[in-house]
Design a protein around this ligand. Sequence first.
Ligand code: SF4
Length: 356
Amino acid sequence: MGSLQIMLEDLFRRLEVDYVFPPRSSSQALSLGAAISPELACLPLKITLGNMIQGLRAGADTIVMMGGWGPCRFGYYSQIQKIVLKRAGYKFKMLTVEPPSRGLSHFTSPFKFLAPGISTRALWNIVRRSFQKGRAVDLIEKACLQNHCYVTEKNKLAQLKKQTLYLIDRAESKNEINEALRVGLKTIDSLKTEDKQPVLKIGIVGEFYLLLEPFVNFDIENYLGSKGVYLERSVYMSDWISPSGKNVVGGHRQKEIEKLADPFLSQWVGGEGQVTIGHTISFAKRDFDGVIHLLPFTCMPELIAQSILPAVQRQYDIPILTLVVDEQTGRAGVVTRLEAFIDLLLARKNEMLLRN
Ligand code: SF4
């Protein structure tokens, strides 16, 4: 999922675990997963199931999967995937890493199984270092996303991002990670062209997996950036993992976002349902021209958000485009809708300028 691999590879390397990563998510992974998934399961379950099949075929004998809790289905992904894969004849051990907030031992026990004899303190130090790397990756992603529209040489930016992520990946110590991050951010900033201004400002909200994995969201960030649109995204991987709720990368504390959502949705409904509402309001208050809402077909938290967003749209006068994605969705359809949305936002902006 997205650049998560850099952080996980660092973690397993430091734990001295022999690991296999499946290839990047692709239509092959999706078809493999969808072929044996329950039909109405949400898209991330199907594609991660396909990733698992590819990992097992590449020689893995153990699967490490995140756990969770609450009304969204993510909390029982690993159980369902284990049953479905066993039924399909695969032999493996499934380890589920529960969030630390559920109790430290639920979080540490899978790692202690993988690295027998490691102390909790040593494990924690390793997790912290790998997490630092995950955060550095997110900060680079954010800088590239937000600077895309100001850069004339888009290829150079893509190349620089790749190089910086490589340097972060290779870094060992805290200082090396910080140095790779510092140099990367400085160079990305230097690519900005003074006279280039964004044609529009759009915020992207929605379900976590869909926001972070370019294969399933049809790489819409790159597409919109290439059209000169300034973009901000509501969720970053390291913010999502961190239990602090400070959202250091995204820049908006969890409490602040929940407070904004409160008049429309006053409780957590699982996944990013409430966060989607809060961030949409935050974008509207910061004069964004529009919001794109991404949700996987049958995703319960985002369906709740979708049913509330028209009220937010009316109250804050901000256009919202919702894109529902499943394994049948094609890139051409998504691009057509994005083009139409951009045209609509530009026409609206021009009309407002004329009126003022
Ligand atoms: S947030 Fe939605 S798509 Fe993601 S796991 Fe939960 S129910 Fe499925």
